[in-house]
Ligand binder design. Structure first.
Ligand code: ADP
Length: 453
């Protein structure tokens, strides 16, 4: 497919807040929009917001948002020239990217090869090693089956080690091993799980870092070999590997330390001929960065980078997909102030069980530096079929302390009735002194949740 193919209509193969976010970016650029929706989402704001909406199937995602044939048919029928996959669902599916392009449309994301390479964690790691991106100690090759060879690799790395599935995702397919006595059995169990869950038994092993932070780098690449990084984010505030609060920039990290890592990410993109936006995820411990994976799509937390860098990441995605050259080079990227995103989830704040039902009242916080990305409104029915994310509160301040204080006020004035959400928990978390101080690790939130009972 030629790299300069223009399009004037985009099909959005997603739902919820991100579908609305993409519709907004398309509108701002004068592009027409088509959204697909399931039966459950037929009357939702995002389905109404687009120029056209097409119901592609029943509520279960496997029959609608994951149904490639239905989406491709909708794209062809509507005359769309490009497909935006959003995040989740088919956004990192190499087969889908290829099918869209084979049907003569532009997939708004990287090509199928780049998605496949990054989806195979061993291939991703070796591409990163080759590009000079710092990785977690451990070989970038598949773990052998022979027990003595496995033991030799683990002793070389040094315990504790983590055994990971090459095809793993969503925090699954990993096992930490503290000493040699448990090693061989842990490898066999993980291999079996990987075979069942990911369709490939391939595993690899690396050093288990004990108190890391999660720091990631946002990149943006065009089809002419230009690439920039748009700064960094800290997403360490997680529960069960799910991010809850994200911020940009990562606190307490000097530009001198992270600058070379950002440059290495840009070089890696150029080496693999990467197109579009992407995120390099790192663990950061004791002053060093270790690559863990690359996400080849737009991320939930992209707004914090938009707020600090002033770059509209979704518009940029659309521009590079049209074959435009990047309008900025690295010195043009100047990040200002500090931005924080809170994920507002429809869930019980104590048990974390998803809550479904009708939102009876909604009052959004307002004011300078406050942005809410959401698809919900009063009267909206939160369906049990999908992710519990119902809104993202994004706050931009002069510095971290200012952004934290504005977030506290915004959370206090965020009123949502009819269903339970994690708003009370977020309000409490923002009063926590260690969080206010910054630089807490990826285990902090779970420990904090335990101590408050
Ligand atoms: P997934 O694709 O399933 O999200 P990742 O490789 O991104 O898998 O790892 C998910 C999480 O597992 C990380 O955010 C981190 O909490 C933990 N993790 C992964 N690798 C390591 C490691 N080498 N040391 C410590 N924790 C790790």
């Amino acid at each position: 497919m030629p790299s300069t193919q223009r399009f004037d209509k985009v099909l959005i193969a997603n739902r919820g807040e991100i579908a609305l976010r993409v519709v907004r970016a398309c509108r701002e650029m004068g592009l027409k929009t088509v959204v697909v929706c399931s039966e459950a989402d037929r009357h939702s704001t995002y389905a109404r917001s687009a120029d056209q909406s097409i119901c592609i199937g029943p509520s279960a995602a496997s029959k609608s948002y994951l149904n490639q044939n239905a989406i491709l048919l909708a794209a062809r029928l509507s005359g769309a020239g490009a497909v935006h996959p959003g995040y989740g669902f088919l956004s990192e599916n190499a087969r889908f990217s290829a099918a869209v392009e084979d049907a003569g449309m532009r997939f708004i994301g990287p090509d199928a090869d780049a998605i496949a390479t990054m989806g195979d964690k061993i291939a991703a790691k070796s591409a990163m090693v080759a590009a000079g991106v710092p990785c977690v100690p451990g070989p970038d090759t598949e773990l052998p089956v022979e027990p003595n060879l496995i033991r030799a690799i683990a002793s070389e790395i040094g315990y504790p080690v983590i055994v990971k599935a090459a095809g793993g995702g969503g925090g699954r397919g990993m096992r930490v091993v503290l000493d040699e006595a448990d090693l061989v059995e842990a490898v066999s169990l993980t291999r079996e799980e990987a075979r069942k869950a990911f369709g490939t038994p391939a595993l690899y092993m690396e050093k288990f870092l004990q108190h890391p932070r999660h720091i990631e780098i946002q990149v943006l690449c065009d089809t002419h070999g230009n690439a920039v990084w748009l700064g960094h984010r800290d997403c360490s505030m997680q529960r069960r590997h799910q991010k809850v609060v994200e911020e940009a920039p990562a606190p307490g990290i000097s530009e001198a330390l992270i600058g070379p890592v950002g440059e290495a990410c840009v070089q890696a993109c150029q080496q693999i001929g990467y197109r579009g936006v992407g995120t390099f995820e790192f663990l950061y411990e004791d002053g060093a960065f270790y690559f863990i994976e690359m996400n080849t799509r737009l991320q939930v937390e992209h707004p914090v980078t938009e707020e600090t860098s002033g770059v509209d990441i979704v518009q940029q995605q659309l521009r590079v997909a049209q074959g435009e050259a990047l309008s900025m080079s690295q010195p043009d990227v100047v990040c200002k102030g500090h931005a924080i995103e809170c994920r507002i989830n429809a869930e019980d704040p104590a048990t974390f069980m998803p809550s479904a039902g009708i939102i009876t009242a909604l009052e959004l916080p307002q004011g300078e530096g406050i942005r809410v990305d959401t698809h919900v409104e009063a009267g909206y029915k939160v369906s049990p079929y999908y992710d519990s994310l119902i809104a993202k509160l994004i706050v931009h301040g002069r510095d971290r302390a200012d952004a934290m204080q504005r977030t506290r006020l915004a959370l206090a004035s965020f009123k949502l009735g009819g269903i339970t959400t994690n708003l009370p928990l977020l309000r409490e978390l923002f009063e926590d002194p260690a969080f206010a101080q910054g630089e807490t690790d990826i285990h902090y939130l779970e420990k904090w949740l335990k101590t408050r009972g």
